[in-house]
Design a protein around this ligand. Sequence first.
Ligand code: ADP
Ligand code: MG
Length: 245
Amino acid sequence: MTLGITLESLSLGYARGPVLREIDLAVRPGEVLVIVGASGSGKSTLLRALAGLLPPHGGRVLAGGEEVTGTSRERAMVFQDDGLLPWRTVRRNVELPLRVRGLSRRERRAVAQEWLARVGLEGHEDRLPRELSGGMRQRVQLARALAGTPRAVLMDEPFGALDAQTRAGMQALLLDVLRDTRATIVFVTHDVDEALLLADRVVVLGHGGVRSVIQVPSPRDPAADPVADRAADRARLRHQILEEL
Ligand code: ADP
Ligand code: MG
């Protein structure tokens, strides 16, 4: 079951002061919503509130109609700097959310193995995070996030620290695994091209709020415009987003 997330008049900040004021936004069930914004515009702050890691100054976040008051395994997080446990092997990191779900040891092993194969990490199960490249660690995070069958995945610049080639590979992998999941995705990036590649809709943050919400024509829709039109659309959207940033 997919999860809709609603932000109602949401204000966020820290002791020093407000960061985002009175945001209203509905994340649609099953969509890929990408949040872009300049550094310091509040992208991570917003994502933390969606995860239940940061209580609002005002307003509220609803997930599936219920107010978010803390973290939940229904909303998995993927971070830029890996949130993997350094003393656990790859396999045991991926098994972690399955343990929380109460799966037996055998079931955990099987599901983790399946996901590690999906992300191309077969044969690396017994390594420790520090023995992996940055790209491989992000694959482990992705496997761990999705293995727990969350209803939403919140991703904070997950490919931001990767070199261009590894990043392109991870984007392709993400698009591939998302085809088979119905989870709602909220993905933060400061890279406009990454946003346009992944998003159903792009939210531009700035000046303490949402500057605009942009629908991206789906490249996944076979009935969509001819390729040339799509390229022109994309160039136009890219320009529009860069103007607002
Ligand atoms: P972004 O992810 O878009 O770069 P952040 O959400 O990290 O932006 O930060 C938004 C603003 O909130 C910045 O001015 C930042 O300095 C401030 N901020 C972020 N985290 C904290 C924190 N833990 N305590 C105090 N201020 C913070
Ligand atoms: Mg950030």
